[in-house]
Design a protein around this ligand. Sequence first.
Ligand code: IMP
Ligand code: MG
Length: 178
Amino acid sequence: MNNNVKKVLVSQEQITERAKQLGKQISEDYKDKYPILVALLKGSIPFMAELMKYIDIDMETEFMDVSSYAGTQSTGEVKIIKDLDRSIKDCDVIIVEDIVDTGRTLKTVSELLYSKGAKSVKIVTLLNKEARRVADIKADYIGFEIPDEFVIGFGLDYDEKYRNLPFVGVLKEECYKE
Ligand code: IMP
Ligand code: MG
């Protein structure tokens, strides 16, 4: 295990097991549809890769990179760093996210996708930090509820590091910069 990790919160095995369940559920819920999974870069890449292996209906992947302006309100703006490659007009979209924290990012992205003409927008997230919610948004599919702790791994970073860890964990205190 990485020397900077204090403890593992969600193991690789737990993530795989949960991705199987969520993939199965999404396949059932969308069996007569053709969902476009929109992964928000960069954090949701490992989860997207794991989850879609267990979705056994036809689907597409898309990628978006957005950054919320600091201090933005729940209805605030997001800066689009990388936009979708295709139109999602009349499509059933599922946003794939690493973690829902305040919920501001997802609230804004979800509204943005509706404004692009999506028929439906749902959210699947690996992690949910309910205690930190500010924006009025709920994920439709949740991998794991976690306490109000800063986590790293399986896509989640601290200062762009640790995204490659195969589990979700908590950093040792001495690894945080001043
Ligand atoms: P929100 O708009 O506050 O919900 O922010 C969500 C984004 O903040 C996530 O996509 C992550 O990039 C980042 N984030 C929130 N909590 C954590 C954490 O515990 N570890 C790493 N990144 C986090
Ligand atoms: Mg993110």
